[in-house]
Design a protein around this ligand. Structure first.
Ligand code: G6P
Length: 609
């Protein structure tokens, strides 16, 4: 949700800013802009993608060794050239970029207007830069003005500022929106996340809330916005630049889909203990007692992570016998939830920065629950603020539609389930069976992905569909929701996921000969029931596509297309069954000419509530 970058050092800033903006573009792509100082302040901005900005200024690129850049996901004000960041004061001497929302911008704006300031944009960010200018005019010191302005602000921000009034420094601060400070050899790169930094240095300081930094050519200072110097811990970035490239694939999304045999293996690496028929999760050892004695688990999450939470609910209840509730993080916080001291609250988040999930987590903590994170991005806010956690280890996920992070989350949930079940009720023999099934999983994932060519043909046939229905039961009901979400997100086809049996209470009215209905129908206890649901769709001429277990020949006579998936234990079956749905959404979106990696209106990391 908005990407921020800043550079100070001996190199030309603009190419580094541009490169960083391309890395950060998944965070928002409504507009892009840069500001560079070379004597004067030069600001360039443009609605659209980073490449549109690049084209606009290719013949006159800004020169200078200090600069900031921004890629926007619009909140306040339409995504046009004027509202694009950086924003400047009236004299064009201070440039500021911002990720977040200034909630009290209207009040501040009113005061500034009464003092004679005029505003050119509809953004909350312009209010902040004008406030800094007003304070500078009173105090004569830019750092103090920056600090004191931020103290007046209610809301969230990651901000970066440069100015000809103090031309050798970049000022940055964080409250709620992430900022990482890369420490290079005689240079600093500050960015919303480490993907824009790793090419230059692996040493980073992750700013915490209420923290600011002042960057100069040869030194940096970190302090609170109350002016108390604090030393941020220097950490090492754990991934490589290659993981941020498409590696020969046309899009990040398809690369990430095909990475899943490896990412699932990585989620399990060092965690399976076949000799003791259990799982070792070092990140949970500090809360082992609370987990064993938990009265209830509540899982909070958003989007795709919420779907993995739903699968987790089935896993925890059926195998570990722990009552589990799943909540939309955005709803949980505002409905005065009842939380007992012996509740364990799990926050699931790919980015570890989703504002709603973070707010729900803080609420749970405030009410005394033990909190656990299942997070992909190492060092992210949710990972830091939970009492304990398990990383998903899926590596950087760039495609806005989440794929590999989802299956890694499911893998981690499966590992936690085994851990909990073995503490409570699962015997060693069953434990060993489950561990062996986990060991076999990456190969089954690879085998499932071999259906890609078949799925591509199905996608071709259905690319013009206007609606899609996804139906599944039990563990695979959340998979139906996730399949529908993937299609909606990247192809803009209206799609709904439903528990298969609920179809007859409403969605069945939609079924006619133009309606594709995708059934997730693996073998198991409820197979026969799903077959009945398929018959109900066929009786109304709906077009059935089925995901079925290898060897299920009966399905061929019931469905127009059958995509076979290897046999798996029921609680692991979602990890396989979702794969053809990811592929189907991808190939349909490609057929329709959609921007697969950057679907309209969405952003990868939603850091506003
Ligand atoms: C956004 C993304 C989704 C993601 C959701 C939750 O809406 O577009 O792909 O599932 O946020 O994100 P998180 O990082 O918390 O998993």
């Amino acid at each position: 949700m908005c990407g921020i970058i800043g550079y100070i050092g001996p190199q030309q800033a603009y190419p580094i800013l541009l490169n960083g903006l391309k890395r950060l573009e998944y965070r928002g792509y409504d507009s892009a802009g840069v500001a560079v100082i070379d004597g004067a302040l030069k600001v360039e901005k443009k609605a659209g993608k980073v490449v549109d900005l690049e084209l606009k200024i290719q013949s006159a690129t800004p020169i200078g060794n200090i600069g900031i850049g921004h890629t926007r996901w619009a909140t306040h004000g339409a995504p046009n050239d004027v509202n694009a960041h950086p924003h400047t004061d009236e004299k064009g001497e201070i440039a500021l970029i911002h990720n977040g929302i200034i909630e009290n911008y209207a009040t501040i704006k009113k005061t500034l207007e009464s003092e004679g300031y005029t505003f050119r944009t509809e953004t909350d960010t312009e209010v902040l830069v004008q406030l800094i200018r007003a304070l500078y005019d009173k105090l004569g010191d830019l750092e103090d003005a920056f600090r004191l302005a931020l103290k007046q602000v209610v809301g969230t921000y990651g901000v970066a500022m440069i100015s000809t009034l103090d031309p050798g420094r970049i000022f940055v601060a964080r409250n709620g929106s992430p900022l990482a400070l890369g420490i290079g050899d005689g240079e600093f790169i500050v960015a919303s996340d480490a993907s824009a930094i790793v090419q230059y240095t692996r040493q980073v300081v992750y700013l915490t809330d209420g923290m600011m930094a002042v960057l100069e050519r040869d030194k940096y200072t970190t302090k609170t916005i109350d002016n108390v110097v604090v030393n941020g811990q220097v950490e090492e970035i754990s991934f490589d630049t290659e993981e941020l490239e498409k590696g020969g694939y046309e899009h990040f999304m398809i690369k990430e889909i095909f990475e899943q045999p490896d990412t699932i293996r990585n989620a399990m690496r060092g965690r399976l203990q076949l000799d003791e028929s259990t799982v070792r999760l070092g990140g949970l050892s500090s809360v082992a007692d609370q987990l064993r004695d938990a009265r209830r688990i509540i899982i909070v999450a958003c989007g795709t992570s919420w779907h993995s939470a739903l699968v987790g609910e089935y896993m925890f209840e059926q195998l570990a016998n722990i009552p589990t509730e799943v909540e939309y993080a955005s709803e949980f916080r505002y409905r005065d939830p009842i939380i007992f001291k012996d509740d364990v609250v799990i926050a699931i988040s790919q980015s570890g920065e989703t504002a709603d999930t973070l707010a729900a987590l803080r609420e749970a903590k405030r009410r005394g629950a033990t909190t656990i994170g299942i997070v992909n991005v190492v060092g992210s806010t949710i990972a830091r603020e939970t009492d304990a956690g398990v990383y998903a280890h899926a590596g950087p996920e760039i495609g806005v539609a989440s794929t590999k992070a989802f299956t890694s989350q499911l893998t981690v949930l499966a590992l936690m389930t085994v851990k909990l079940a073995r503490m409570r009720r699962m015997g060693a023999a069953e434990g060993a069976q489950v561990i062996n099934a986990l060991i076999d999983l990456p190969e089954k994932v690879a085998a499932t992905l071999a259906s890609a060519e078949q799925v591509k043909k199905i996608a071709h046939e259905f690319a013009e569909a206007r609606n899609f229905l996804y139906l599944g039961r039990g563990y695979n009901f959340p998979v139906a929701l996730e399949g529908a979400l993937k299609l909606k997100e990247i192809s803009y086809i209206h799609a709904e996921g439903y528990p298969a049996a609920e179809m007859k209470h409403g969605p069945i009215a939609l079924i006619d000969r133009n309606m594709p209905v995708l059934f997730i129908a693996p073998e198991g206890d409820i197979y026969e029931k799903v077959i009945s649901n398929i018959q109900e769709v066929r009786a109304r001429s709906g077009r059935v596509i089925a995901i079925a277990t290898e060897g299920d020949t009966q399905m061929e006579s019931l469905a127009e297309h059958v995509i076979y998936v290897p046999r798996a234990l029921p609680f692991l079956s979602p990890i396989l069954n979702v794969l053809p749905l990811q592929l189907l959404a991808y190939y349909i979106a490609v057929e329709r000419g959609c921007n697969v990696d950057q679907p309209r209106n969405l952003a990868k990391s939603v850091t506003v509530e």
